[in-house]
Design a protein around this ligand. Sequence first.
Ligand code: ME8
Length: 564
Amino acid sequence: MQWGWGSTSAAEDRLPLKGWAGPSWVGGMGKQFYITTAIDYTNGAPHIGHAYEKILADTMARFKRLAGSEVYFLSGLDQHGQKVQLSAEKAGVTPEVFVREVSDRFIALWDRLNVRPDGWVETTDVRHKRVVQDMLQQLFDEGQIYKKSLRGWYSVRQEQFLNEKDREADGSWGGQWGLVEEREEENYYFRLSDHTAWLRGYLETHPDMIYPANRQTQLLNAVKDSEGVDLCISRPKSRLTWGIPLPFDDDYVTFVWFDALTNYASFAGFRDREPGVSGLPRWEDLWPCDAHVIGKDILIPAHGIYWPIMLHACGVPDEQMPKILVHGWWNMKGKKVSKSEKIEDDSVVKVIADLVDPNAIADVVGADGLRYFLLADIATGGDSDISEERILVRYNKDLADILGNLLNRTLNMARKYLGGTLVATTHDSELHAGLREAVVALPGKALGHMKTWQIHQVLADIIDGARLANEFVDKTAPFKLAKDPANADAVASIMRHVAEAMAHFSVMLSPAMPETAARIQGQLGWVPPVGLTLGDLRWGMLPDGHVLGEPQPLFPKVQVAAAG
Ligand code: ME8
């Protein structure tokens, strides 16, 4: 087989990750907080569902760092399988060429959206293939993998055997399956059924394995239903060549689960043959995974049943089972956004060319406008519906009218009344105290929300804080006070408060909107201390004599033409 097995090119050598900015991971300092995402299929272009998941995980990683933890964030691509092989055939290129082209589109998107993983998965990587083969060989040697012949109904279009439950109510096979014929095929099976009782017991005694909790209940019911069933883990090469060969039978490749799910361990240094030289992190530093960030469609059976059982069968102890965070879907008109189904976008106003394409949204509202929308408009674990109107309302109202406007008016007034320099003042009032209290409460509230990763609440609190700061300016009216030189101390104090609040907001926003945070800090003329954590945030970070920078619009409003 010639598809790069012999190549030793490690994913991160090829990719621009090394040059990426952001806090880089330093190993060897004890257990890191380890966050991973699902790896995306490289059979088509990335869509907003993919962007959401990666932005969510990236924000979680940045937040944990800001809270003072050592973090390792892993993400990447699922490059093998039938869908990729078929898409490549359709495109008239080899799977290698096809996968490279699609992979590069994902990488360019993450680069643009400031998604900054510490490690990058590509399942064609030789280091990954070795671990997959190692696990398969062990299980084969232990008699946990066996070969059997299956006769059954096979969908030629979907390239899979069907179950009786796949039939329509009238007993026919639905049109989605295309031609269905009876076939017999020999394949390898993993004795999943030997371990389902263990998984049931584990889930019953570890109710916090999955968040949200209702997903764990669903999973437990699914485990009960799946008892007695083994897992087919191979495809004959006559049907699928684009995969990792079984180490004990060269006529077969492993079909999907051992290849895709193993990435979370193989790229975390599991059974690394060349620790220290391979470029992979140390297993002892990362494992167990603290948050597998996945969508609700891939919990059952893949991540909730197959993955823990694979780990268990390979000797990973109970106290090292991973934790899973299950997010919901971005829908459009109530239907899941996906690669395969095109949903007609019939928005009245059309400013964004394609709502499914993250690049098209970022073209209009910027990378951070997109990050903000995808994080603010959904509760983690729930679903949400995307629409152009929602995106533009979030952008024009929350970001332009409240946050951008606050920064702009603060800097303009400070230039006009104070020559852009903050000075010592003694003036105070209840309004001042109210703003101070609201701002310094933000980190504590955020830590509370982030216990269950409710980022939308963190963002809502920051925007509420900015709204309060705008009201503070309206009520204290420095533009009126400044007319009388006797009010100089009061004006200086108001400016001091809003500038200081803005510095706090910038730090609080930095996990979700890293570019915006840096731009706010640039305009404030403020460089936060290196290694600043949430616990270091206190009132008075901008000192007497601090010189503010130049105001520049943060979020130029997107003009929405009247319909019709
Ligand atoms: O499932 N909204 O890949 P994938 C939110 N390679 N999330 C969505 C979504 C939507 N509309 N559509 C997809 C795979 N996702 C496999 C995973 S991992 C061992 C194998 C999420 O490209 C989806 O739930 O179809 C999944 O977590 C991720 O995007 C990749 O989906």
